[in-house]
Design a protein around this ligand. Structure first.
Ligand SMILES: *Cc1c(COP(=O)(O)O)cnc(C)c1O
Length: 412
């Protein structure tokens, strides 16, 4: 049965992913179950989209209640769900106004449009010349404009020509970024912690330095917190670690409560007000089902103290990962319930490690060939978290190492 589904995808689907050979059919909290009924601990949370765990009863309840009232009416009319969502998200982010979209990439596109128009209308940049500074190693989604400023060859190859107007600088180097600011610069667009790059933390002080330099040059600071937002890093938003409140904030993934695609651009009023009727939109953006679920997701985050939980269990996770004494582990880093472990490819193939973890009931996925990520739903228990790390350790220990290396590790 498992093979039927995999063969069917292989035959009738596109081959744009390389999934692990597991066929999932239901989920509950931090657990997933395959079509043969085997249970797995979820260490991926759908790239943070399932941060509240699978089928959270309050989120399912909110969706069901909305389903019995109103489905989709477009933004041609007001609804009794859009305003409450915008107010709640504005209060949570500390920004003035919100514009809901569906996917993260669309919210990034929204931010790019807002920044460019702000550049022309407010910063007097000559028409069609605005530049946005971005960081090497970025991941902001998959549209043609967005992949045009990716620094990853596999992301870009064969998809050009790409839109101009983006300047790439190294991540984590505020000096290099400031050197790239010029008279055409409208904005800086950055992930406060780079997720897909391998959970890369910038040096301490970087986010605060970005805030100061954007103020100094009168340009916009926009953070993409599609993956880092809503408690993932032990703060509601990662920018709070350094009090670096941005002018625009891009959100997605967890905002949909794991049930629906919901994204948003939140911004200060002067930035959001570049949009006038006819300048931007989305048929599904802000639909009542999405708004009801997203609003409940924000309430669950606060009422279940998931941010505090992420901070506390994040400490447990990092300690447990750092306690693994194995020669294949090159580096462990993370913030909140979001950790990356770099493996030495000569000693441990990350893909194979994920496969063996899957066989022992833990689901994760390597990124950039050598990094294993740990990003469980924020509702996970401490015991389940430690079990997942224990299985990771056991898998590493089961790998046959070159003799010289294993002798070395015993000598330690
Ligand atoms: C996933 C992600 C996106 C894109 O979101 P989609 O919903 O897949 O379009 C954008 N930015 C960051 C930081 C992400 O992790």
């Amino acid at each position: 049965m498992r093979h039927d589904f995999i063969d069917q995808e292989e035959r009738f689907g596109a081959h744009n992913y390389a999934p692990l050979p597991v066929v999932l059919s239901h989920g509950q909290g931090a657990f997933l179950f395959d079509c043969d009924g085997r249970r797995y601990l979820d260490m991926m949370s759908a790239y943070s989209a399932a941060s509240f765990g699978h089928l959270h009863p309050r989120l399912v309840g909110a969706l069901k209640r909305q389903l019995e009232r109103l489905d989709l009416v477009s933004r041609a009319y007001h609804t009794d769900t859009l305003g409450p969502f915008c107010e709640d998200l504005a209060r949570l982010t500390g920004l003035d106004a919100c514009l809901p979209m569906n996917t993260g990439a669309e919210a990034v596109e929204t931010a790019i449009k807002a920044a460019r128009r702000y550049g022309y209308d407010r910063l007097s940049i000559p028409e069609d010349q605005a530049e946005i500074i971005v960081a090497a190693g970025n991941f902001h989604g998959r549209t043609t404009t967005i992949i045009g400023f990716s620094s990853d060859a596999a992301t870009r190859r064969g998809f050009g020509p790409f839109a101009p107007g983006f300047v790439l600088v190294p991540f984590g180097d505020a000096g290099a970024l400031e050197a790239a600011v010029g008279p055409r610069t409208a904005a800086v667009l950055i992930e406060p912690i780079q997720g897909e790059a391998g959970i890369i933390l910038p040096p301490p002080g970087y986010l605060a330095a970005l805030r100061r330099l954007c103020d100094r040059h009168g340009i916009l600071l926009i953070f993409d917190e599609v993956q880092s937002g809503f408690g993932r890093t032990g703060r509601t938003f990662a920018f709070e670690h350094e009090g670096a409140k941005p002018d625009g904030l891009i959100l997605g993934k967890a905002l949909g409560g794991g049930l629906l695609p919901v994204s948003a651009f939140a911004a200060k009023r002067s930035l959001m007000d570049v949009f006038d009727p006819g300048s931007h939109g989305s048929t599904f953006g802000g639909n009542p089902l999405a708004m009801a679920v997203a609003r409940e997701a924000m309430h669950v985050l606060q009422e279940e103290h998931l941010v505090e939980r992420s901070e506390k269990l994040g400490g447990v996770l990092l300690d447990a990962l750092r306690a693994i004494d194995h020669p294949a582990v090159l580096a462990v880093r993370g913030k909140g319930l979001w950790a990356g472990v770099d493996l030495d490819p000569a000693l441990a193939d990350a893909k194979k490690v994920c496969l063996k973890m899957m066989e022992r009931g833990v689901l994760t996925k390597e990124t950039h060939a050598t990094t294993i990520r740990f990003a469980p739903p924020l509702v996970i228990t401490e015991a389940d978290l430690l079990e997942a790390v224990g299985i990771f350790r056991a898998v590493l220990e089961s790998l046959s190492l070159p003799t010289a290396v294993s002798t070395l590790s015993f000598a330690k």
